[in-house]
Design a protein around this ligand. Structure first.
Ligand SMILES: C[S@@+](CC[C@H](N)C(=O)[O-])C[C@H]1O[C@@H](n2cnc3c(N)ncnc32)[C@H](O)[C@@H]1O
Length: 293
């Protein structure tokens, strides 16, 4: 997620969201100088030789969040391979695939299976299709015009009843990486229902999230977490009252209860990140694995 309010401003300055269109001249000026700076840095990258053939330009990487884009993608992929048993012939759905952070390292793993990534930001999908998809025909990317206050405020569809662009029982893994933290409760409910629908029996839903148990709730109340999440709504906590979908943390038992309604069962203890035990940033999220009955 974008780390703080200034990250949110820079997210807007990348012209990823149409919020910029609503903003005034000064913001627009700031946005264009910011974009020019990113282009300059990309040019320097090119002259020095890029690290990876699929590394997206900075303006496409920036809205994903902090950290080393390629390194984080490799770590997530390694977790999916080692902990979820993902193999070369698996079919993987990546909901909210962004600029391909997970898809890029997956191209080395899914040599016989398939990958479908969808996202609500058209430029990111165009970029992924024309680079990753062009070289790997078993990798497909789809734009779905879902409304989201930060990433796509003028989208046509609602996340609380949208259907994933996939057939029933057609995937082994449904990944929701950096996504649940942007979904309001009824949207999160629908995304778990849809994950369950597209998974085969025994398939796994893999999600990163900000998970709250009693200990973390206490840390939140004492200001001992990386994001403040001070607005407590019972089952969920929001970081910014004005823009709730900027970052949402969920009670673990709430996610488990919703998942159970769709025959998704937590099959291993979540791997806890650092965000809930320390104020240090950058902070990592928690990892959750749910198995489809
Ligand atoms: C923090 S980024 C993570 C992107 C990618 N999963 C990754 O790990 O690099 C969150 C992504 O979720 C997408 N997104 C936000 N709301 C969404 C929704 N309701 N449905 C699908 N994608 C959504 C955003 O456009 C953005 O690409």
């Amino acid at each position: 997620m974008p780390g703080n309010k200034s990250e949110l401003k820079s997210l807007r300055a990348t012209k990823y969201t149409s919020s910029l269109r609503r903003s005034g001249g000064i913001d627009r000026l700031r946005g264009s100088s910011y974009r020019a700076g990113l282009r300059l840095l990309d040019l320097l990258d090119r002259t020095r030789g890029r690290e990876h053939r699929f590394l997206p330009p900075r303006r496409y990487r920036r809205f994903i969040g902090n950290g080393d884009f390629l390194k984080v993608g490799r770590e997530i992929t390694a977790y999916m391979r080692d902990e979820l048993g993902m193999g070369p012939s698996h079919d993987v759905l990546d909901a909210g695939c962004g600029a391909g952070r997970v898809a890029i390292p997956l191209t080395d793993v899914l040599t016989e299976g398939s990958y479908l990534g969808f996202d609500i930001v058209p430029h990111a999908i165009e970029w992924c299709s024309s680079t990753i998809g062009a070289r790997h025909p078993n990798f497909r990317f789809e734009h779905v015009d879902i409304r989201q206050e930060i990433y796509n405020p003028e989208g046509r569809l609602s996340a609380s009843d949208v259907r994933f662009p996939a057939e029933d029982s057609s995937f082994d893994i449904a990944a929701l990486v950096g996504l649940i933290s942007h979904l309001m409760p009824e949207e999160m409910d629908n995304y778990l229902a849809e994950s369950a629908r597209v998974l085969r029996a025994g398939g796994r839903c893999f999600a990163t999230a900000y998970l709250v148990d009693d200990k973390v709730a206490e840390n939140i109340s004492r200001g001992n977490t990386a994001f403040s999440f001070t607005h407590d709504h019972g089952n969920y906590f929001v970081h910014s009252k004005e823009e709730p979908t900027y970052a949402i943390a969920y009670r673990l038992e709430h996610i488990q209860a919703v998942a159970a309604r769709y025959d998704l069962r937590m099959c291993q203890e979540p791997r806890l990140g650092t965000w809930g035990v320390s104020t240090r940033r950058p902070a990592s999220m928690d990892l959750l694995v749910l198995e489809r009955a």
